[in-house]
Design a protein around this ligand. Structure first.
Ligand SMILES: Cc1cc2nc3c(=O)[nH]c(=O)nc-3n(C[C@H](O)[C@H](O)[C@H](O)COP(=O)(O)OP(=O)(O)OC[C@H]3O[C@@H](n4cnc5c(N)ncnc54)[C@H](O)[C@@H]3O)c2cc1C
Length: 411
C-alpha cells in the first residue's frame, strides 16, 4: 500500500516503541501549533516494548531515573482520563530482601532515597513478608524493605496509550515506513530519507531502540550502547503465587520476581550476557530466535542463587520463556539528549532495561528539547559523548555494555 507522507514537518521521530510514542504524545500535546510525524518500519510497540517484564520501579539507587519514572505514573493517569479507559497498573508494591551486610547497607540507603522523594517505604518482618509472598524462603534475610506504591504494567498497552493520545493531539503516526538515512546539510540534520520518500524537518529524534546507533553513525555520531539480551521465565500457576503479591527484588541472588496471573514471573542475571552488534539484529525482531534451550542452560547455571530464596525453584514447571534485546550502556545510564557537534538531531535510547519505567520522563524531556524549550529534567548523566569517541559496532565496546547487564542487581 502506498503511504502518502507529508513532505515537511516540525519534528520527525524515528521508531515507534514506547520512547518514540511518548515523545510524539508530549510534543503534540504541548505544541498544538506544530506538526510531528512518527515513522515506524514495522508495527508500533512490537520490538523491545512488547517484551518487557514492565516493572515500573520508582525507588531505586539510581536517582537520575526516579523523576522520570514519577512522570510516567503521572502521565498514565492523565492519559486514562483523556481516553476514559484504564491502564490497569498493578500496584502491588515492591519487597527488597537484603541477605548480606553489603545489601543491608544498600537497602538502608534506598529507604533514605524513598524518603527524599516522598515515597512511602518501611521495613517489614519476615512473617509479614512470607504472608505477602508465600513462595519466598527468608531464612537468610537480614532486613526486608517494602515500598507499597510500586507497580508493574502492560507495556504494550502503555505504549499504545501514548500513541493513541498523540494521534488525538494531531500527531501523524505511520507504520510500515522505514527511515533509510538522515538528510544532513553542513552539520545540521534537516530531515530523513524514507522508504516512501523524503521528509524535511526542523528537528529529528532517533528513537530507534537498539538500532539507534545505525542511523546516527552516518553523521559520525557514536551512540554509546549495545543490544544486550534480557530474559525471564513464567512458571505454571500455583497457589503460592497470589495475583496481588508484591514484586520482589533479591539483590543477593541478582534476581527479581513478580506475580503474573497466578504464576510467577522471574529473571536472574546470567554470568555472561548475550550481546550483538546493532547491525546484526534483524530489522524485524520477531525474525530473531532466542533459543529457549540456551536460556534454560543460563537458568540452571545460575538458578542455585535463586533457589536459596525460592526453594520450589527446581520443582516448579516453566510455562513461558521470554527474551529480547534492549540497549545497555557500560554505566547503566540512558543515552538521551542532543548529539554534540550536530544541530537538529536528538537521540532517545540506551534504556538499560528500564525504558518502560522512564518513558514518561524521557518523552517529556526530549519533546521539550525538540521544541527548543527547557527540559524539566536533568539529563546530564545521560550525555551521548560521556564515553568519548566510541565505535558502537566494535567487539570490545559490545562486551563492555554486556558486562553492565551481567552486574545488574536491581529489577
Ligand atoms: C525481556 C525484557 C524485559 C524488560 N523488562 C523491563 C522492565 O521490567 N521494566 C522496564 O522499565 N523496562 C524493561 N525492559 C526494557 C524496555 O522494554 C525497553 O527499555 C523499552 O521498550 C525501549 O523502548 P524503545 O522505544 O527505545 O525501543 P523499541 O520498543 O525496541 O522500539 C524501537 C522501534 O524503532 C523501530 N525502528 C528501528 N529502526 C527504524 C528505522 N530505521 N525506521 C523506522 N523504524 C525503526 C523498531 O522497529 C522499533 O519498533 C525489558 C526489555 C526486555 C527485552
Amino acid at each position: 500500500m502506498k503511504i502518502n507522507l507529508i513532505k515537511k514537518t516540525d519534528l520527525v521521530i524515528i521508531g515507534g516503541g514506547i520512547f518514540g510514542c511518548a515523545i510524539a504524545y508530549y510534543y503534540s500535546k504541548n505544541n498544538p501549533d506544530k506538526q510531528v510525524v512518527l515513522l515506524e518500519r514495522n508495527e508500533l510497540n512490537n520490538a523491545a516494548t512488547s517484551r518487557a517484564a514492565a516493572l515500573m520501579t520508582m525507588v531505586r539507587s539510581k536517582r537520575s531515573y526516579i523523576p522520570l519514572t514519577m512522570e510516567t505514573f503521572k502521565v498514565a493517569k492523565e492519559m486514562e482520563k483523556e481516553l476514559g479507559e484504564t491502564l490497569d497498573f498493578k500496584v502491588v508494591g515492591m519487597m527488597h530482601v537484603a541477605a548480606s551486610e553489603a545489601k543491608v547497607k544498600d537497602l538502608e540507603k534506598l529507604m533514605e532515597i524513598a524518603k527524599e522523594y516522598q515515597q512511602e517505604a518501611y521495613y517489614i518482618s519476615k512473617e509479614e513478608a512470607k504472608k505477602k509472598a508465600p513462595w519466598l524462603e527468608l531464612k537468610e534475610a537480614i532486613k526486608i524493605g517494602y515500598v507499597p506504591n510500586e507497580a508493574f504494567c502492560d507495556p504494550y498497552m502503555l505504549g499504545t496509550f501514548f500513541a493513541r493520545c498523540a494521534r488525538k493531539h494531531g500527531a501523524e503516526i505511520n507504520q510500515g515506513v522505514e527511515v533509510l538515512g538522515l538528510l544532513n546539510k553542513a552539520g545540521t540534520v534537516i530531515g530523513v530519507k524514507t522508504s516512501e520518500g523524503e521528509i524535511h524537518a526542523s528537528k529529528v529524534v532517533d528513537a530507534a531502540g537498539i538500532w539507534a546507533p545505525i542511523l546516527a553513525r552516518e553523521i559520525g555520531a557514536g551512540v554509546p550502547m549495545a543490544p544486550v539480551r534480557s530474559q525471564y521465565w513464567i512458571t505454571e500457576r500455583d497457589e503460592n503465587f497470589p495475583t496481588d503479591s508484591p514484586m520482589v527484588l533479591l539483590p543477593d541472588a541478582q534476581a527479581y520476581a513478580r506475580p503474573e496471573g497466578g504464576s510467577l514471573l522471574f529473571g536472574i542475571r546470567e554470568g555472561k550476557s548475550l550481546v550483538a552488534s546493532p547491525k546484526d539484529v534483524p530489522k524485524d525482531i520477531s525474525d530473531f530466535v532466542f533459543s529457549a534451550d540456551e536460556g534454560m542452560n543460563d537458568l540452571l547455571e545460575n538458578g542455585e542463587r535463586l533457589a536459596r530464596f525460592f526453594p520450589g525453584f527446581y520443582d516448579i514447571g516453566i510455562k513461558y520463556y521470554v527474551a529480547g534485546f534492549s540497549g545497555y550502556t557500560p554505566d547503566s545510564q540512558l543515552v538521551v539528549g542532543e548529539v554534540p557537534g550536530t544541530k537538529g538531531f536528538l537521540v532517545a535510547s540506551g534504556c538499560c532495561g528500564a525504558g518502560i519505567s522512564v518513558a514518561g520522563g524521557v518523552g517529556l524531556g526530549i519533546a521539550e528539547m525538540a521544541a527548543d524549550r527547557v527540559n524539566p529534567f536533568d539529563f546530564s548523566e545521560f550525555h551521548i559523548s560521556r564515553f568519548g569517541k566510541i565505535d558502537p559496532f566494535e567487539e570490545e565496546w559490545l562486551n563492555k555494555c554486556a558486562a553492565a547487564r551481567s552486574n545488574k542487581v536491581s529489577g
